[in-house]
Design a protein around this ligand. Structure first.
Ligand code: PEP
Ligand code: MG
Length: 754
């Protein structure tokens, strides 16, 4: 059963269109369920009708013609109830709707399962039989399992087809909905990054040099042949004769004209080698898949395996370097901060990713660079996007593929207004972040993602509220030494002096790993992370602390921040090590080394509960809401499936923030928010009202947050915070804060345009 599911899902995922995917589904499900008819109905969101999209067993001409209201007939019942319907005599059921001429009269037994993807009902999968009987429980669970497994693949195929179907502009102007990664509007040309992990995600791309592509392909063929020979030599004697025949079969396929010749032919017609290979392999797979002989059907797996091997070898020989367009929109399956290192960032207009969510580090990086980003676009048809015009709306997490001219015009206007707003805010640079009623807020910048690129200065920040030291560690191939770290920290401290700079000690683990210090864990976010690693490896921690202290000589603007603290003991231990490093360094040198101020990050629920004990021990607290939200709400910050539950305005988060502010105030210690929440204008208004002393935000957002602060009154923000604390849902809080911002005339902070 699991094998059947796996093969079926793979076949559906690799289909090149929705029609093809659905044809495969009805054929296979009918076979597996031993049903006489199998059909798929999908909901057309424009007309809110269920459309018969594919069938085996009903009349083929009915496909596309049969349309039911979304609550009509037994299929409508499946969809409106979002649960299976199992009926022994369908024509006598009260919900049955007779549609003449489609051949349904012959069937009595009816079993339908809803197709649900990410909480949305897409349609129904139906099997029918002529005998009057209820389908067995096992059959029912099998159909439900098939429908759940196929839902994602159908959604993907729908997105691809929606894109193909560009004849109707309304269709193309329907955006793909993802998650906002970084605000802003961008128009540009799609550049697909590391596209070819699998055959199905190889993008279409034209080639200007077919001869080069053919050579590349022939080299790959040769290498795979060599691989197979070597594998045979290694395993040959251990394998039974029947299995050894496989090697011969592979060799034959490699030399056969059907793979070699057909791929070369496609390259000559203008495709680049990977896409030509993809199409050839898929054409073969299709032919074999439709064969009735089960042995031949199974050969599909061998063909695809061969295709994957060829692709891997093909990627070893570089294709022609593509010029990166001036207005590139980088599109990828997944994005990590390091995957962006080689990009010409000055020409990147936006980032779009199938995986990840708004609090993934790639999204944080995008925000810090001021590049709009949309994450978690699971249905993005990567293979179809290269070179296409995209419009990215980072505010609402939407991407329009090949949009119509009026839509492009509208977004150009909005993007122009954005630029004007940004320019209008320039004059705020040297003004303080002070409310209309005279309350001053410390406004700092977050930095460290790309130390060389962060626009730290020039945005009007008073200093750096969070420097993530792990990123310089991540882009090296070994731990940086004490001198190297000292030079790096010195540069940062000097660039902001006399303004304070908060260097956070190494925060690896979770989703940040070092290539030279791999950590394999079942549950990395609850595992060896942040301060836990530092305390278990005092040699790494002490080196870092010594470098920080040395960099601070003669400057005195260093603050040290400890990440992922869960108990007061960890602070005691870290303080002990810091004091030791300071003592040793003072003994070694004759330059006086000022003792830095020490702070603790509040980013787990236990730190909220122990905030008083922590505040008593250190000089300041800094709330890392990115992690605090994930741990309070039990929502993985990188998981797009639960991204809609990740909300920094959740009442539990607001309550935690208020507790920390209270604890810090009792010990007269300042408290700042350095998580992404502070860069969100609506949330920043709330933080002001809750009594935070400082905000540390992405450098590019500083003018906007300053604008907000300078246009509000603290006592009004306090009223809003009090009101927010009476609300039970995050969306109510957001509505409250956003309508206040609109009423203040600052709507340009929370949506596109001015
Ligand atoms: C946080 O968790 O809010 C934070 C600032 O740290 P990071 O995003 O690096 O985990
Ligand atoms: Mg954190």
């Amino acid at each position: 059963m699991l094998d059947t599911l796996r093969t079926l899902s793979e076949q559906v995922s690799s289909a090149r269109s929705l029609d093809e995917a659905l044809r495969v589904i009805v054929h296979e499900v009918r076979r597996v369920m031993k049903a006489e008819a199998c059909s798929v109905y999908l909901l057309d969101p424009h007309s809110d009708e269920l459309v018969l999209m594919a069938t085996e067993g009903l009349h083929p001409e009915a496909v596309g013609r049969v349309r039911l209201r979304s609550d009509e007939g037994l299929v409508g019942l499946v969809c409106s109830r979002a649960e299976p319907v199992n009926v022994d005599d369908a024509p006598h059921h009260r919900a049955y709707k007779h549609i003449p001429g489609i051949g349904e009269e012959a069937y009595h037994a009816f079993l339908g399962a809803p197709i649900i993807h990410q909480g949305k009902t897409l349609g129904a999968l139906v099997v029918q039989q002529s005998r009057r009987r209820r389908f067995l429980e096992d059959e029912e669970t099998l159909l439900i399992t098939l429908a759940t497994q196929l839902a994602g693949a159908i959604a993907h195929a729908e997105a691809v087809t929606g894109f193909d179907n560009l004849t109707t502009p309304q269709r193309s102007d329907r955006p793909l909905q993802g998650i906002s990664g970084a605000p802003g509007i961008a128009l540009g040309t799609a550049v697909v990054l590391n596209p070819s992990r699998s055959l199905s995600s190889v993008p279409d791309r034209d080639s200007d040099d077919p001869e080069h592509e053919i050579q590349r392909f022939l080299q790959a063929l040769e290498r795979v042949r060599g691989d197979i020979d070597r594998l045979e030599q290694r395993l040959g004697d251990e394998l039974p004769q029947a299995d050894r025949a496989l090697f011969e079969a592979y060799r034959l396929m490699l030399t056969s004209d059907s793979i070699r010749g057909k791929t070369i032919e496609r390259i000559r017609r203008g495709q680049w080698a990977p896409a030509a290979l993809r199409d050839t392999i898929e054409e073969h797979s299709r032919t074999f898949r439709l064969m009735d002989d089960p042995y031949l059907r199974e050969r599909v797996d061998d063909i695809r395996d061969l295709g994957r091997r060829l692709l891997a070898r093909l990627e070893e020989t570089p294709g022609q370097a593509r010029p990166f367009p001036d207005n590139g929109i980088v599109v990828s399956d997944s994005l990590s901060p390091t995957s962006l290192i080689d990009l010409p960032l000055e020409r990147v207009r936006a980032l779009v990713s199938r995986q990840g969510s708004g609090s993934s580090h790639a999204a944080i990086l995008a925000r810090s660079l001021g590049i709009p980003a949309v994450m978690g676009l699971t249905d993005l048809p990567l293979e179809k996007l290269e070179g296409r015009l995209l419009v990215v709306d980072g505010y609402q997490g939407r991407v329009f593929i090949a949009p119509s001219a009026p839509l492009v015009e509208e977004f150009r206007r909005l993007s122009e207004e954005e630029r004007e707003l940004q320019a209008d805010l320039e004059h705020l640079r040297d003004l303080p972040a002070v409310t209309r009623d005279g309350h001053r807020i410390a406004l700092y910048a977050n930095a460290g993602l790309f130390s060389e690129l962060d626009p730290i200065r020039g945005n009007g920040a008073e200093g750096i509220g969070l420097y993530r030291t792990e990123f310089p560690f991540m882009i090296r191939d070994r731990f940086p030494g004490e001198d190297e770290q000292t030079r790096l920290y010195r540069r940062i401290l000097e660039s902001c002096a006399p303004g304070p700079v908060t260097l956070r000690t190494l925060d690896i683990g979770g989703d940040k790993s070092l290539p030279y210090f791999p950590i394999q864990e079942e549950n990395p976010f609850l595992g060896w992370r942040g301060i836990r690693i530092s305390l278990d490896h005092p040699e790494i921690f002490l080196t870092q602390i010594r470098a920080m202290l040395r960099a601070n000589a003669g400057l005195g603007n260093l603050h040290i921040l400890l990440p992922m603290v869960t108990t007061a003991t960890e602070v005691d231990q870290a303080q002990h090590l810091i004091a030791r490093a300071h003592r040793e360094l003072t003994e070694e040198s004759d330059v006086p080394l000022p003792l830095p101020r020490l702070g603790v990050m509040i980013e787990v629920p236990s730190a909220v509960a122990c905030a008083e004990a922590l505040a008593r021990r250190v000089d300041f607290l800094s709330i890392g809401t990115n992690d605090l939200v994930q741990y309070l709400l039990a929502v993985d910050r990188n998981n797009h499936r639960v991204a809609k539950l990740y909300d920094a305005l959740h009442p539990a988060v607001i309550d935690a923030l208020a507790r920390v502010v209270h604890a810090a105030a009792r010990h007269r210690k300042p408290v700042t928010v350095c998580g992404e929440m502070a860069s969100d204008p609506a949330a920043a208004l709330l933080l002001l009202g809750l009594g935070l002393d400082g905000l540390s935000v992405n450098a590019v957002n500083i003018p906007r947050i300053k604008w907000l602060i300078r246009n509000t009154e603290r006592h009004r923000a306090q009223q809003l915070a009090d009101q927010a604390r009476t609300l039970e849902e995050a969306r109510q809080v957001r509505r409250l804060l956003q309508s206040e911002i609109e009423a203040m005339g600052l709507g340009g902070l929370i949506r596109a345009g001015k």
